[in-house]
Ligand binder design. Structure first.
Ligand code: BGC
Length: 364
């Protein structure tokens, strides 16, 4: 619950107390979802979406181990792929029923958790939105993520740099745009960040989106599914690239980037300049080999650690670390946003120097 709402409720409570002449207050009776000072070994729920990219796979183990190390009892659940939304709604309800103090949610669908947030609020549970900001609700207490608008800006900047590097003087560059799944609020944020850089280049004719598909709806890749990206790229190549060169593709993440590259090379094109995100193993290998042009490094270890730090701060009744606020359509949610890093062949070794899984991939 937002502080303003708590203050307002406290005001109503004070009036009620004055009228009834009874001075006893129940600590935490309302606004108890601030959860200051709950038990050091409390249960913490973590509801993650379907494993649509490696970052989600990594997050599960990191939460299990990190919560245990911090002294909590973690209940980490993934939604399945066939009924992700229903699964997650049920898992969150079970966490509420089992008496968790905090639920960290990586939403399967950022618009379909209203009932669960109300139940969590009624039970005095703090809700932290993880990576994806749950929309249109004033019952999201905190948000922890990478700065996703900046992710999109970095992707677009690297696309332009790659085009300049690989196809100097060949403007207008022929480019196609892809965005993520429409049930994930991040998709529009990544795309808006990218378009803040690309739209001026489209307007001045530096970039030509040959298909003409430039809106987030037209470019969406439902379920973040690689086959949907590959099918759309196949269709666009057939309809718009007969005898036309394909120079670059804005891809919102690595899994889709590899599908787009497969489509282009399958149709006989040389590998275009393709962006990505997540630093997935196969994409880092592809970047080092000079195929995929860029990815974004959002260190999952850092993000999970930041989420667990929030839980520990709530447990200790300390002020929660935030860097600002993120608008979810209903309220400004206090947010801790971490800095993403753009990675190309040039800086891969340096960017992953601290990561034992990725750094070896950059060595000859
Ligand atoms: C995450 C990305 C990820 C995508 C698909 C987004 O919400 O921020 O890192 O690639 O989901 O799983």
């Amino acid at each position: 619950m937002k502080k303003t709402a708590i203050v307002a409720l406290a005001g109503i409570a004070a009036v009620t107390v004055a009228l009834s002449g009874c001075g006893r207050t129940e600590p935490g009776a309302e606004g108890g979802d601030d959860a200051a000072g709950f038990a050091a070994d409390a249960s913490i729920g973590v509801a993650l979406p379907d494993r649509t990219s490696e970052n989600w796979v990594l997050a599960g183990d990191l939460f299990e181990n990190g919560l245990e190390e911090a002294g909590f009892e973690g209940d980490v659940q993934y939604a399945g792929s066939s009924n992700a939304v229903g699964d997650q709604q049920q898992q969150i309800q079970q966490m509420i029923d089992s008496g968790v103090e905090v639920i960290v949610i990586g939403a399967a669908d950022t618009n379909q958790l209203a009932t669960q947030l109300e139940a969590a609020d009624a039970a005095g549970i703090t809700v932290i939105a993880y990576d994806r900001l749950i929309q249109n609700s004033d019952l999201v207490d905190y948000y922890v993520a990478f700065d996703n608008f900046h992710v999109g800006e970095l992707q677009a900047q690297s696309l332009l740099e790659g085009l300049e590097e690989k196809f100097p003087g060949e403007e207008p560059w022929n480019v196609e745009l892809f965005s993520g799944s429409s049930d994930d609020s991040n998709s529009a944020v990544f795309f808006d960040g990218a378009m803040s850089i690309l739209q001026p280049a489209i307007d001045d004719g530096t970039i030509n989106v040959v298909s003409g598909q430039t809106t987030v709806q037209q470019t969406a890749t439902e379920d973040w599914a690689a086959e949907n990206a590959q099918n759309r790229m196949d269709t666009i190549i057939t309809s718009s690239y007969q005898g036309v060169e394909l120079h670059g593709v804005l891809s919102p993440n690595d899994n889709l980037a590899r599908a787009i590259i497969a489509s282009a090379t399958g149709a006989g094109f040389p590998v275009p300049v393709v962006t990505g995100q997540d630093s997935e193993v196969a994409s880092v290998e592809s970047i080092v080999a000079g195929e995929q042009y860029s990815t974004i490094y959002k260190d999952t270890r850092a993000l999970v650690a930041a989420a667990i730090d929030m839980v520990s701060e709530l447990q200790a009744g300390e002020e929660v670390t935030t860097t600002g606020e993120s608008d979810n359509g209903a309220v400004e949610v206090p947010a801790n946003l971490l800095e993403p890093v753009i990675v190309t062949q040039e800086n891969a070794a340096e960017a992953y120097a601290e990561n034992p899984d990725l750094e070896p991939l950059t060595q000859p």
